[in-house]
Design a protein around this ligand. Structure first.
Ligand SMILES: Cc1ncc(C[n+]2csc(CCOP(=O)(O)OP(=O)(O)O)c2C)c(N)n1
Length: 371
């Protein structure tokens, strides 16, 4: 599907494509139509930042600065940029444990994200959550969840809270393909449909759950998963950030306007191993398969090439954007190195909820839905 969309686009007839720079290829100009040069450069910069952040995390992990679990999103950045950037700042998003780029896309500072990976006090969760539990309600990012499918009912809960408080935000809840076989997925879709909640469930369909190909253990017609609940299903090419961005921009407004819950099958591919403890391909997929995807379906390369062919990006501009991304990530790593470890005397802080003066739990007033 991914490939078909890109080929179709490249064959589009020549036209007066706005945004095409001098000397640009008109067929490619059609593919960037609707985006200003600034928007395109912004999306490229976003994805390069995510890529460099994760490469830095990978490096820090290898030298023991980061411990515990660490799952990289490399290869799937088109979904962080295309799925989250079209949202409003006060919309809510949450995902599973492959969460670094998602948190940054929603507005978390790279320093706060990296310091959390390092387990330091300046991390977004005070160093207590680590890689899988990035969380910052002030930017509308509700985790970072290590239990497969654990975030799915929370997504419905957030959407319900939006409705209850009379807000017009939406909630976007990401998950991996293997999560759709968790029982909680079915219950949540059912309730979301009954209550017509303002929520979009997005499967980042990278074809694998750890070392198991999804096709070995399940039917692969992902769109059928939501049909039983009357929830509309959509498929999008997650490697094409522009298609993804346009798609989510439109769908978010439909849901905001009362269209009810939606289900999105976002086709993508994971370029690294399941986590830092795995080799890139392992025994469950061939080196050739991985290399082919990396060569043909890198979301950054696809956008870069289109912009260059459309005459909207020079090699020098690309290098400048990349240098900036690298500098931000270098700074985040240095900041994290200098940040302190949590004091052992605070070990039991935040274990139990505190009762507010009004006698109710949980309501801390910091960016909670509708607040
Ligand atoms: C309830 C539960 N069962 C098993 C695990 C172990 N586990 C961690 S990741 C994973 C695979 C999930 O794959 P998928 O949802 O497709 O996400 P991806 O890793 O591809 O992003 C499993 C089984 C877990 N964390 N939680």
């Amino acid at each position: 599907m991914a490939q078909a969309t890109r080929e179709m686009g490249a064959g589009v007839k020549n036209g007066e494509a706005p945004g095409s720079g001098e000397g640009g290829d008109p067929a490619v100009a059609d593919l960037v139509q609707g985006f200003s040069a600034e928007q395109l450069a912004g999306l490229l910069a976003d994805m390069l930042l995510y890529r460099r952040f994760e490469e830095k995390a990978e490096e820090a992990y290898a030298i023991g600065r980061i411990g515990g679990f660490c799952h990289l999103h490399i290869g799937q950045e088109g979904l962080a940029a295309g799925g989250i950037k079209p949202l409003r700042a006060d919309d809510l998003a949450l995902t599973a444990y492959r969460d670094h780029t998602m948190a940054i896309a929603k507005g978390m500072a790279p320093r706060a994200a990296m310091a959390e990976l390092y387990g330091r006090v300046d991390g977004c969760s005070g160093g207590r959550g680590g890689s899988m539990h990035l969380f910052d309600t002030t930017v509308g990012f509700y985790g970072g969840h290590g239990i497969v499918g654990g975030q799915i009912p929370l997504g419905a809960g957030l959407a319900w809270a939006i409705r209850y408080r009379g807000g017009d935000q939406i909630c976007v809840c990401f998950m991996g393909d293997a999560a759709v076989n968790q029982g909680v997925f079915l219950e949540t879709l059912n309730m979301s449909a009954i209550w017509q909640l303002p929520v979009i469930y997005v499967v980042e369909n990278n074809g694998y759950g750890m070392g198991t190909a999804f096709s070995r253990v399940s039917v692969t017609e992902m769109e059928a998963r939501s049909g039983a609940y009357g929830i509309p299903a959509h498929t999008v090419d997650g490697q094409d950030v522009l298609e993804t961005y346009r798609f989510f921009e439109g769908l978010a407004e439909e849901v905001r306007g009362g269209a009810g819950p939606q289900f999105v099958n976002a086709v993508t591919y994971r370029f690294r191993g399941h986590s830092m403890s795995d080799p890139v391909s392992g025994t469950y997929r061939s080196k050739e398969e991985v290399e082919t995807h990396v060569r043909q379906e890198d979301p950054i390369t696809i956008l870069r090439d289109r912009m260059m062919k459309a005459g909207l990006l020079t090699q020098e501009e690309l290098e400048a954007i990349d240098a900036e991304a690298r500098a931000v990530c270098e700074d985040a790593a240095e900041f994290s190195d200098a940040s302190a470890l949590p004091d052992p005397s605070t070990l039991y802080d935040h274990v139990y909820a505190e009762i507010n003066p009004n006698g109710r739990l949980f309501l801390d007033g910091r960016g909670t839905p509708g607040g």
